[in-house]
Design a protein around this ligand. Structure first.
Ligand code: NAD
Ligand code: WQD
Length: 338
């Protein structure tokens, strides 16, 4: 039996594919290549020394999905496929609802028809919205989100909860990620954004390599120790290992499970800049700019539920996250080859 990894050539999906195979699992990967390069497939195979089926397919393509389920013995899905840029989602809400929500509905319907009732879903800390105070716990009220991207995650969480209520043979794991950064130790896999990065770490690494002149620090008047925004950065390999634990949980018991995947520690933008400089030996030029619309001052997790129930906790610290991001960027200045 195999695990279908949707969006499995993307940033988090590719690292998870590696850790799943290292844990001895069989995988099948699906991706429409919208936000990744096909060469990520060869890198995963080279790293693990294992071959596995890859399908270029869109999750909204019902016929394509049915063919994969008919051909492969899939008993669980890890569902990463989705669009994820907050700013773009404000400009293109219909595309985000169609891709993320409609795509998930098609996927769930095909799963149900094929008798596959185990899914691990990539949710986000963004569902906690603006009202809750950190450290964020899974029992807090969710949904006060401020942008279409976040709303798609919240809507999909609601759909999955309703699905479980309708049929409790399902095993559904909602994983709320905090801020994934870092890269595989080998320096052969990492985050490869298209165009100008939206997120802090790829922006810093592109300044370090000389592609961008300086970092814009969005605000230094937040209610935080140094005035810059505080986030819970988590190494992508720790995040990937959380998925290995989550599929094992889903295989063992039916239920609806929700876990934060974070470290529980908050670092400011300037803390990350300092850690990166220490890890890379490269000075990062930055300018303080006005706040970015929609940003919170502080957001970090209480990750203790995942530790108690999954036996998982993040092991890699902020300097290691920076070292690994830098190794990836400096070895691959232009990201994955075409
Ligand atoms: P990513 O863009 O690198 O990976 C997503 C992959 O899904 C891409 O390879 C893309 O080509 C593919 N894809 C998109 N739409 C598809 C479709 N309709 N059919 C098939 N494939 C499709 O993003 P990532 O950072 O690896 O994120 C993975 C998941 O985790 C996403 O759902 C994202 O919303 C969620 N998430 C990411 C973060 C983060 O900061 N990176 C935080 C919280 C949650
Ligand atoms: C981190 C901090 C910025 C860029 C986003 C999504 C969230 C989740 C993860 C998917 C903030 C500051 C950033 C820059 C800066 N994704 N910053 N200069 O906003 O916490 O979360 O990604 O689910 O939904 O909203 O992450 O990396 O963009 O920002 O000063 O060029 O860095 O203001 O304080 P964020 P980020």
């Amino acid at each position: 039996m195999a695990i279908l990894v949707t969006g499995g050539l993307g940033y988090i999906g590719s690292h998870t594919a590696v850790e799943l195979m290292r844990a001895g699992k069989e995988i099948v990967v699906l991706d429409n290549l919208y936000n990744c390069k096909k060469s990520s497939y060869s890198r995963i195979k080279a790293l693990t020394g294992r071959d596995f089926p890859f399908y270029e397919c869109d999750i909204r393509d019902r016929k394509g999905l049915e063919e994969i389920f008919a051909k492969e013995k899939i008993d669980c899905v890890i569902h990463f496929a989705g669009l994820k840029a907050v700013g773009e989602s404000v400009q293109k809400p219909l595309e985000y609802f169609d891709n993320n929500v409609n795509g998930t509905l098609v996927l769930l319907d095909v799963m149900k028809r094929c008798g596959c009732k185990k899914i691990v879903f990539s949710s986000s800390a963004t569902v906690y919205g603006v009202e809750n105070k950190s450290p964020l716990t899974e029992d807090m009220k969710v949904g006060g989100v401020t942008n279409p991207y976040g709303r798609t995650k919240y809507m999909i969480e609601c759909i999955l909860q309703d699905l479980y209520k309708s049929d409790n043979e399902w095993s559904i794991c909602l994983l709320r990620y905090f801020n994934p950064i870092g890269a595989h130790k080998s320096g052969t896999m990492g985050e490869d954004p298209n165009g100008l990065p939206n997120n802090l770490m790829p922006y810093i690494t592109q300044v370090a390599i000389g592609k961008l002149d300086h970092l814009n620090v969005y605000g230094n008047d937040y209610d935080t120790p140094d005035g810059t925004g505080v986030r819970d950065y988590i190494h992508v390999v720790d995040l990937a290992l959380g998925h290995v634990k989550a599929v094992e949980k889903a295989a063992d018991e039916s239920g609806l499970f929700i876990y934060n995947l974070g470290t529980g520690k908050g670092y400011s933008v300037l803390d990350v800049v300092n850690a990166f400089e220490k890890a890379s030996g490269v000075k990062i030029k930055y300018e303080i700019c006005p706040r970015r619309a929609g940003d919170l001052d502080t957001c970090y997790s209480d990750p203790s539920k995942a530790r108690r129930e999954l036996g998982w906790q993040a092991e890699r610290g902020i300097v290691e996250m920076c070292e690994d991001s830098w190794r990836w960027q400096s070895n691959n200045p232009n990201g994955y080859p075409d």
